[in-house]
Design a binder for this molecule. Structure first.
Ligand code: FMN
Length: 352
């Protein structure tokens, strides 16, 4: 086994896998043995924070690492401790993470990346995908994609100035998929660690189909490792993209794993034979609730956070709309607790 000096880096994990599997090829070793498939938890701001990630890692298997939700840059180098809470090493001992930065200001990005390096993060990720209009209209996230010259200048300045390795998470464009074809040659000029591609435009938000043909062209054009991200919700959707994109060994899953936290383990095993899912899920949920209850100041915050989770959780149960509706209508914590307790005790059936 390779001695890994840099446990927080995805590339390091990859090296370790390759070393273990030096005699096999991807097909021989692939699904079913848990080798050469790297699964990463996608960043979902407001959902996959360190409390969620740690609780997840205690209850479920399958993820090799996570990309933390984005941290915005600030124009001063006097960061508040709360700025880094989600990525502090002491809050991330269960699952390796890479922090993500959103910015269009190279100097601010460099400041933050250096600060993260001092905390032990030898890799950072640049968010070029956020589709939310409030972010994109300020030319951040996917809002920067129509400006290849700005992205080039940004990378020119930052790559040589930061001590961390840099990866990028991107979409195909803000409005048009043609934007990515202007960007691939620029990405190829720099020593990036990897590019994570969610094959939608920013304008699409999370609607419509993922564009696998355009993703395939990006894959052909990239000199870097490419990680696929988008709409993996079960073993079948994973197997479809796995079979189509032979060159890929890294996969990132967001909403599908929040809805069904057994999914990464199912993908690694290549089969779904996990018993007692409702009971196991309930134990996870109860610990998650308790962790947030201890940290959040008032019931309003806690209730809102739980409603956010149930948007996804409900999808894994039969009659998912019923429980989602009940939870979202609730305004009082005691009522919420009754609804969820009754759901788990009397109604919950896993959607197989
Ligand atoms: C609520 C929410 C928050 C998100 N926050 C981030 C973020 O902080 N950084 C990022 O790169 N992507 C973010 N994303 C996008 C996801 O990481 C991912 O690219 C997207 O959900 C598609 O993957 P999936 O189909 O596996 O969920 C977010 C998505 C959602 C729905």
């Amino acid at each position: 086994m390779v001695l890994c000096m840099d446990p927080g880096s995805f590339a390091c994990l990859r090296l370790w896998y390759h070393q273990r599997d030096v005699d096999g090829n991807r097909r021989d070793a692939g699904i079913g043995k848990g080798l050469l498939i790297q699964l990463y938890l996608a960043p979902l701001r407001g959902i996959t924070d360190y409390i969620y990630r740690n609780t997840f890692a205690v209850h479920f298997d399958g993820f090799d690492g996570a990309l933390a939700p984005f941290i915005p840059t600030v124009t001063t180098d006097r960061f508040k401790p709360s700025h880094f809470k989600d990525v502090l090493p002491e809050n991330n001992s269960t699952l390796p993470i890479v922090p993500q930065i959103i910015s269009n200001q190279p100097d601010d990005f460099i400041n933050l990346a250096v600060r993260l390096f001092d905390l032990g993060h030898t890799s950072v990720n640049w968010n070029l995908g956020c589709p939310f209009p409030m972010v994109a209209k300020k030319q951040r996230g996917s809002g920067l994609l129509p400006y290849p010259e700005k992205i080039d200048a940004f990378l020119e300045k930052t790559v040589s100035s930061i001590p961390n390795r840099l990866s990028i998470k991107t979409r195909l464009g803000r409005r048009k998929i043609s934007e990515i074809f202007e960007l691939m040659p620029i990405f190829n000029k720099y020593p990036l660690e990897e590019i994570i591609i969610h094959p939608r435009t920013g304008k699409q938000m999370y609607d419509g189909k993922v564009d696998l043909d355009t993703f395939e062209q990006c894959l052909e054009q990239s000199v870097h490792r490419v990680v696929y991200n988008g709409d993996i919700t079960d073993l079948k959707t994973f197997q479809d993209v796995f079979d189509r994109f032979e060159g890929i060994d890294g996969w990132m899953i967001g909403r599908g794993a929040v809805a069904n936290p057994f999914l990464p383990a199912i993908i690694k095993a290549g089969k779904d034979d996990i018993p007692q899912k409702v009971e196991k899920f309930r134990q996870f949920y109860e610990e998650l609730f308790e962790q947030y209850r201890q940290r959040f100041s008032g019931p309003g915050h806690l209730l809102n956070r739980m409603k956010g989770f149930w948007t996804y959780f409900s999808k894994s149960f039969q009659n998912s709309r019923k429980i989602a509706k009940k939870v979202h209508r609730t305004q009082r914590m005691h009522r919420y607790l009754e609804i969820v307790d009754r759901f788990f005790t009397e109604e919950a059936q896993w959607k197989e």
